[in-house]
Design a protein around this ligand. Structure first.
Ligand code: URP
Ligand code: ZN
Ligand code: ZN
Length: 486
């Protein structure tokens, strides 16, 4: 018999509105939302008085135990999803990344194996890092048989996982015909490579060389190129970790021209600026090495504006953590510092504090940016990203007044450094429930290894495929996307 839980007395917040309602959870799903719900005998009650009841967060950009730059990121699917639960996030989308020439299917199965220990639900974008007919064929198998509807392209990391324009165009065309969406890491990898050599040759070997070698123009150029290629091919595009005005302008231009382009920014880029690279403490500066790098404060103003104005739909984290001894691989050469920072546990609180409490975002806009928009874009809504009968009971009870100071002492990441160290935030998860199971309650984590499930994300429907012809004007319309059955 299913267990029942009533979340009572809270204000339910969706991406559209907020209203007073109780939520009855039956087993793994939401059974009812409303007032005066009849509850079966033995129902457990969670008191949400004074709190918000929101869809669990979805972070569609994370990397768990990623082999990268000669090492492996330290948070795995268990510690990563535990961090997520402590921060109110109930689903992550990781990236399965094949080495060049490696089979995509084989890579997918490697990631499935790694993810078995997850305590909450997960899915994978598949990266396209090389090109051959085999890659095209495997994209088809992955989308038809394994619920992969998104393909990622790294326009940077030359001589490693970067693809060139010709490869990207081939992949975009295949994705379009499958009804999938393409993702890009938008930085011009050839320019980055050249600038890195130049900066290093000038004797700049420390972390301060990192931002000098990948300025906003490098990102803006690539974002614009990806947007325009996607428009010509006729495939939907999602630009990950948009960090600067130039990239946002490229996305905004594409949107204004009617192309289906989505923007993601990271919570880190909203609140941390490039002064971190001038820290004379090498360890601290190195821990902020990520790509794209932190930017000058004027870019942060643009990012907030883009989030408020709709250029940016999703706030993710790109959670990819390396400990000090790993960062030290680049002690004498910034080009060897493994790129990546954490943020999965902090994402929702930091966005609430700096976004909702400052009046930049409404609670509904917060829900959209942290959960619902990702669910819609990656075709798992309304099962995920909503509080509605029949949906998965992925729920966060959110105390808007809970205050805490972030840092290594309190986080659940395996990292020995926090880029949020000392930041005090108000607003946080008091209860996080994943498919009906409470993983986090009143500051206590109760991870359930293996409770997490792989979530299939079907491709978008044939209506959009027929529209996705090679042209620069006609992208699939919103109406057609609504026909897609999750
Ligand atoms: O620095 C970053 N972002 N590391 C993770 C890999 C990526 O580019 O997303
Ligand atoms: Zn990236
Ligand atoms: Zn990433």
């Amino acid at each position: 018999m299913a267990n029942h839980t009533l979340i009572r007395g809270g204000t339910v917040v969706s991406a559209e509105r907020a209203w007073r309602a109780d939520v009855l959870v039956s087993g793994e799903t939401i059974a009812a939302v409303g007032e005066g719900i009849d509850v079966p005998a033995g129902t457990r009650t969670i008191d949400a008085g004074g709190a918000f009841v929101m869809p669990g967060g979805i972070d569609p950009h994370v990397h768990m135990e990623l082999p990268f730059m000669g090492t492996v990121s330290v948070d795995d699917f268990l510690s990563g999803t535990a961090c997520a639960a402590a921060g109110g996030t109930t689903m992550i989308i990781d990236f399965a990344i094949p080495s060049p020439q490696q089979s995509l299917l084989e890579t997918y199965h490697v990631w499935r194996e790694r993810a078995r220990k997850a305590t909450s639900d997960y899915s994978f974008h598949m990266a396209v890092t090389w090109w051959a007919q085999q890659v095209a064929d495997e994209m088809g198998v992955l989308s038809r048989e394994h619920g992969v509807n998104s393909f990622k392209h790294f326009m940077a990391y030359k001589n490693a996982i970067m693809v060139d324009d010709a490869q990207m165009i081939e992949s975009f065309e295949v994705a379009r015909d499958l009804g999938a969406i393409c993702l890009v890491h938008a930085e011009n990898g050839d320019l980055v490579f050249r600038m890195q050599q130049e900066v290093f040759a000038r004797g700049i070997t420390g972390p301060e060389g990192h931002p000098l070698s990948r300025g906003p123009e490098v990102e803006g150029e690539a974002a614009n190129r990806a947007c325009q290629i996607a428009a010509v091919v006729g495939v939907p595009l999602y630009v990950v970790h948009t960090s600067c005005r130039q990239a946002m302008e490229a996305i905004a231009r594409a949107k204004l021209a009617g192309h289906r382009v989505y923007g993601e920014s990271l919570v880190q880029h909203l609140v941390i600026d490039d002064s971190v690279y001038r820290n004379t403490d090498w360890r601290s500066a190195a821990h902020h090495v990520m790509s794209p790098p932190f930017r000058t404060p004027d870019h942060q103003v643009a990012l907030w504006g883009g989030l408020q104005g709709g250029t940016i739909e999703v706030i993710g984290t790109d959670h990819c953590t390396f400990r000090t001894e790993q960062k030290a691989m680049g002690k004498d050469d910034f080009r060897r510092i493994p790129n990546g920072t954490g943020g999965l546990e902090e994402r929702m609180s930091v966005l609430w504090h700096h976004g909702v409490r400052t009046g930049r975002l409404t609670p509904s806009e917060f829900v959209a940016a942290t959960s619902t928009n990702a669910a819609r874009i990656f075709n798992i809504h309304p099962r995920k990203g909503s509080i509605a009968p029949g949906g998965d009971a992925d729920i966060v009870v959110w105390d808007p007044e809970a205050t805490r100071t972030l840092g290594v002492k309190h986080h659940h990441s395996r990292n020995d450094f926090s880029i949020f160290e000392g930041m005090t935030v108000t607003g946080g998860a008091v209860v996080t429930m994943s498919r009906g199971k409470v993983l986090w309650e009143n500051g206590r984590l109760a991870p359930r290894e293996g409770h997490g499930r792989y979530i299939d994300r079907p491709c978008f429907g044939s209506a959009s495929r027929s529209q996705a012809v090679r042209n620069t004007v006609t992208a699939p319309t919103a109406v057609e996307r609504q026909e897609f059955v999750p």
